[in-house]
Design a binder for this molecule. Structure first.
Ligand code: LAG
Ligand code: CA
Length: 497
C-alpha cells in the first residue's frame, strides 16, 4: 500500500539508524513532532545474531534468529512504549523487517542472540518461531555454492542465499503465516508500516500473499480500514532482469537512482550539471512518482555497502549533503526519507573502508549508548543527527508547507545555479558553481520580507539569517556567494516576517 498515513500535514520520514527505543520515544516528543517530521524508520526490532568477530557489527541486525522483540535497541516493553509515545504526538513508526532470510549459514549454534534464545544455523533450527530445515530454500537453489552467484538469473536471486544468509521458503503457507504473524504483532502495537528488506530476493507473488495477511492499522491512532504503508527495498539501477516495476502493485519501492544521480550532480562528476535537473523525477527515467521512496543516502550506501558507490552524498561531505537533502525535500517527487547516522572511524585501504562494519556508539560490550543532546541541540557521543541540522530540519518544514503545490518558476544559468518554487508557497535557489550568484527571479510568492531558513531560523518575528525581499510582482533579488557555508537559500509561506 502506497500511502504513508502521515499526520498533521507532515511529510518526511527520518531513519534513526540503530537508535535505542527509549531515545526514539524521547526524540518524537522533544524534537520530531515539534519540528514536523512525519515518521521514523526504526532498525529491525526482532531477535538477531550477536557477533564478536567483527565486534558487534551493525549488520548483525540483518541476521534474524527469531521474531521475539528484543534487539540491540531494547526490549518489547521499550518498543511498545516508544510506538505509543510517538503515535501520541503524531509521529508514525515504520519498521525495517528482514523476512527474506535468517542468519548466515555459518552463524553457528548457541545462545549468541539478542534475546539469548538458542538457535542453530548449521541445522537451520530456530525454535522460538519455530523454523526448521524444511522452511528454507536450499532444495530450490541450483548454484554450486548455494549462494547467489549471478544477478542475471532471477531464479537464483530469489531462491539462493544472499551473501550466505539462510533463505526462507516464502512459498510455504507455514512460513508466510509466521512472517505475517510477526508483522501483525507490530501492526497491532501501532506501527504505520514497513520498510521491507531485500525485496529483490523475494518473489513478488510470495510477498503479495504474505502482505495480504496483514491486519489493518490500529484504530487507536489510524482511521478504520487503513492498510500498512509498504516500502520495498529493491536496488534497481538498470541492467538486471529483476526490476522495481515488478513490485509497484505491492507498495512503494526505494528509488536508488535518485541519490546516486543527485550525488553525482552535486559533486559535478561525469560532466553533470544542476541545470540538467529541470526535468528531475520521472523525466530522468525514475519510477512513477506514486511508487517512489526517495533518499540521498541510506545505512548501506553511506558506508560502501549496497548501491551507488562513491557518488553518494553523506554527512562526511556536509556541504554537499545539505544541498542534496534540501533539493530532495524541496522537490515534489516521491516520499522522502532523511538519514540520521552514527559516526565511525573510517579507514580506507585501496578505496575500501576497512571499518564499514562498525556498529553504533557502544559501551564496548555491544550495548548501544543513549543519544545525549548538547545545549546547542546537536547530538553527542558519535550520533550525527543530520535530521537536527538547521538546514535539514528547516527543509523538512519547507516540504510540509509546500505539500501539494506544483513545481514552478524554474530558472537556471545552464550551469550549476538553479532555482524553483512550489506554487506560491515556497522558493529555493542553489549556487553550486565556482562563482557568485547575483540575479533577480520570479518566486511566484506574495510580496513581503522572508527569512531564509537555510542561513537562519525565523523565531517569533525575527530572522537570524539572510532576509529576502519579495516585491509585489513576486520578484526578488538573490545574492549567493560560492564561498558561503551553505550556498543555497530557501523561503516559504511560514518564513514570512
Ligand atoms: C539489505 N537489503 O537488501 C540490507 O539493507 C543490508 O544492510 C543487508 O546486508 C542485506 N540486505 C541483508 O539483509 C547487511 C550487510 C552485509 C551483511 C548482512 C548480514 O551489508 O555485509 O553480511 O547485512 O549481516 C555479513 C557479511 C557477509 C556474510 C554475511 C553472512 O558481510 O560477508 O556472508 O554477513 O554471515
Ligand atoms: Ca530469497
Amino acid at each position: 500500500q502506497h500511502n504513508p498515513h502521515t499526520k498533521h500535514g507532515r511529510t518526511a520520514i527520518v531513519h534513526l539508524f540503530e537508535w535505542r527505543w527509549a531515545d526514539i520515544a524521547a526524540e518524537c516528543e522533544r524534537f520530531l513532532a515539534p519540528n514536523g517530521y512525519a515518521g521514523v524508520q526504526i532498525s529491525p526490532p526482532n531477535e538477531h545474531i550477536t557477533l564478536t568477530s567483527p565486534w558487534y557489527p551493525w549488520w548483525q541486525r540483518y541476521q534474524p534468529t527469531g521474531y521475539n522483540l528484543c534487539s540491540r535497541s531494547g526490549n518489547e516493553n521499550e518498543l511498545r512504549d516508544m510506538i505509543t509515545r510517538c503515535n501520541n504526538v503524531g509521529v508514525n513508526i515504520y519498521v525495517d523487517v528482514v523476512i527474506n532470510h535468517m542468519c548466515g549459514a555459518g552463524g553457528g549454534e548457541g545462545t549468541h542472540s539478542s534475546c539469548g534464545g538458542w538457535f542453530s544455523a548449521s541445522r537451520k533450527d530456530f525454535p522460538s518461531i519455530p523454523f526448521t530445515n524444511m522452511d528454507f530454500n536450499d532444495h530450490k537453489c541450483r548454484t554450486g555454492s548455494g549462494d547467489i552467484e549471478n544477478y542475471g538469473d532471477a531464479n537464483q536471486v530469489r531462491d539462493c542465499r544472499l551473501v550466505g544468509l539462510l533463505d526462507l521458503a516464502l512459498e510455504k503457507d507455514y512460513v508466510r503465516g509466521k512472517v505475517a504473524g510477526f508483522m501483525n504483532k507490530l501492526v497491532d502495537m501501532g506501527v504505520a508500516g514497513f520498510r521491507v528488506d531485500a525485496c529483490k530476493h523475494m518473489w513478488p507473488g510470495d510477498l503479495q500473499n504474505t502482505l495480504g495477511r496483514l491486519h489493518n492499522l490500529n484504530t487507536k491512532w489510524f482511521s478504520g480500514g487503513s492498510r500498512p504503508f509498504i516500502y520495498q527495498e529493491v536496488i534497481d539501477l538498470g541492467g538486471e532482469p529483476i526490476t522495481s516495476r515488478e513490485y509497484f502493485h505491492l507498495g512503494r519501492v526505494t528509488e536508488f537512482k535518485y541519490g546516486a544521480k543527485l550525488g553525482t550532480i552535486f559533486r559535478k562528476w561525469n560532466g553533470e550539471k544542476l541545470s540538467y535537473t529541470k526535468s528531475w523525477g520521472e523525466g530522468w527515467g525514475f519510477m512513477p512518482d506514486g511508487n517512489a521512496l526517495v533518499f540521498i543516502d541510506n545505512h548501506d550506501n553511506q558506508r560502501g555497502h549496497g548501491a551507488g558507490g562513491a557518488a553518494i552524498a553523506t554527512f562526511w561531505d556536509p556541504r554537499i549533503h545539505k544541498m542534496a537533502v534540501a533539493y530532495m525535500l524541496a522537490h515534489p517527487y516521491g516520499v522522502a526519507r532523511v538519514m540520521s547516522s552514527f559516526r565511525w572511524d573510517r579507514n580506507f585501504v585501496n578505496g575500501k573502508d576497512q571499518n564499514d562494519w562498525i556498529g553504533p556508539p557502544s559501551h564496548g560490550n555491544g550495548a548501544t549508548k543513549p543519544v545525549p543532546i548538547n545545549p546547542d541541540q546537536t547530538c553527542g557521543d558519535g550520533w550525527v543527527c543530520e535530521h537536527r541540522w538547521r538546514q535539514i530540519k528547516n527543509m523538512a518544514t519547507f516540504r510540509n508547507v509546500v505539500n501539494g503545490q506544483p513545481h514552478a518558476n524554474w530558472w537556471d544559468n545552464q550551469s550549476n545555479q538553479v532555482a524553483f518554487g512550489r506554487g506560491n508557497r515556497g522558493f529555493i535557489v542553489f549556487n553550486n558553481d565556482d562563482w557568485n550568484l547575483d540575479v533577480t527571479l520570479n518566486t511566484g510568492m506574495p510580496g513581503g520580507t522572508y527569512c531564509d531558513v537555510v542561513s537562519g531560523n525565523k523565531d517569533g518575528g525575527r530572522c537570524s539569517g539572510k532576509q529576502i525581499q519579495v516585491g509585489g510582482d513576486g520578484h526578488a533579488h538573490f545574492k549567493i556567494s560560492n564561498q558561503d557555508e551553505d550556498p543555497f537559500v530557501a523561503i516559504h509561506a511560514d518564513s514570512k516576517l
